[in-house]
Design a protein around this ligand. Structure first.
Ligand code: ADP
Length: 348
């Protein structure tokens, strides 16, 4: 026996070509009546003179009549109220605005996110990018954190991007990582970037679309901390494969990071895992691990988020110097590289 759900399922497959939405999602299905094998469907169109009316009707007829137990199909059309049309168009406008950009020639795009600044998100981004390129993969870093000069500084980039045949050619780091950052354009590290949300969003989109990334295995996007326009743009427009959350054991960072995590979840972005940075410092004399910010909370956070815990990175003054001096690619603390390598094994 045919039931209403079977018919609704079929109507989900009928797309209004003008709206780019199926009839159920567009709230166009007003009624489905079934009686003795006769199916009567009432559809509300956006206007009584809808040019696609016949096309939609015949598509419904053709699809529904193929259902088992259906003898006859009748499609009745009516029109939506002005208020309904307005709501529908708003929904479509929003969807079009946040349509995902194409994947380009990039195999995977991963964003690095933290709840607050200073937890070492850019440093972890740089460590991951460097470890990936050591694995002979093609890597790019898109620095969307325009609030700080971190990424170009960490990689010691002195050259500036230039335009060739309409494409932005990004500077390349010592080991071959393509790097694009607003700070490379502004130049003066001490100048603040006083931009409002829409400009920031535009810059990120342009960096993604107009930079000549070539063929990449991984594009790593360093996001600003928190949950502002930049994160929204990256999560809604870029075809992300997922985000990695960087946190530190400070309770406060843990609470704030929950917001960033919830944002990712609400926007349907996969959380690849959690890396805890600045987890402990090793005593240079006895090797004992001293937990300056208290017990590790990364594992708990990962469990709470139902995602992987990718590891704990200790505090190392040499790492801080390497970041400050732009020599991250020469940094040679074996213990930290092992932690990063293990994290990569869980990611790639
Ligand atoms: P964020 O991107 O989260 O704002 P950064 O990566 O810029 O943070 O790091 C903030 C500061 O902390 C930088 O000076 C960086 O060199 C330092 N830092 C980050 N991680 C470590 C670490 N594990 N050990 C020592 N210093 C670190």
């Amino acid at each position: 026996m045919i039931n209403k759900d079977d018919v609704i399922k079929i109507l989900r497959k009928v797309v209004d070509p003008e709206l780019g939405m199926d009839l159920v999602e567009a709230n166009m299905v007003r009624d489905v009546e079934i009686y003795n094998g006769t199916v009567k469907i009432t559809i509300a169109l956006t206007s009584s003179s809808c040019p696609l009316m016949d096309k939609i009707k015949s598509e419904i007829l053709n699809n529904v009549k193929n259902l088992q137990g259906v003898n006859e199909v009748e499609v009745i059309t009516t029109t939506m109220s002005e208020d309904e049309v307005r709501k529908l168009f708003n929904k479509i406008r929003q969807r079009r605005m946040f349509q995902k950009l194409p994947k380009r020639n990039i195999k995977r795009i991963i964003a690095i996110l933290s709840g607050k600044g200073g937890v070492g998100k850019s440093s972890i981004t740089a460590l991951l990018a460097t470890a990936l390129i050591k694995r002979k993969l093609k890597i790019g870093v898109l620095d969307a954190d325009i609030t700080g000069p971190s990424i170009p500084k960490i990689f010691g980039i002195n050259s500036i991007p230039y335009v060739l045949e309409g494409k932005i050619i990004p500077p390349v780091s010592k080991t071959g990582i393509k790097i694009m950052s607003m700070n490379l354009i502004i130049g003066d590290e001490e100048l603040p970037v006083i931009w409002r949300g829409p400009l920031v969003s535009n810059a990120i989109t342009q960096f993604y679309m107009n930079v000549d990334w070539g063929e990449l295995d991984y594009l790593i996007v360093d996001l600003p901390p928190g949950t502002s326009d930049a994160q929204l743009t990256v999560m809604q427009s870029l075809p992300l494969d997922g985000v990695i959350i960087v946190t530190s054991p400070q309770e406060l960072a843990g609470i704030i990071v929950s917001k960033a995590v919830n944002m990712s979840m609400m926007l349907g972005v996969t959380i690849i895992g959690v890396i805890e940075n600045m987890s402990y410092v090793k005593c240079p004399n006895c090797g004992k691990e001293i937990r300056i910010f208290g017990d590790s909370k990364g594992k708990l956070l990962a469990e709470k988020m139902n995602t992987k815990f990718l590891g704990s990175v200790p505090i190392d003054p040499v790492l801080s110097n390497a970041c400050d001096n732009g020599t991250i690619e020469d940094y040679n603390n074996e213990e930290i590289w092992n932690i990063i390598e293990k994290a990569l094994d869980m990611i790639i």
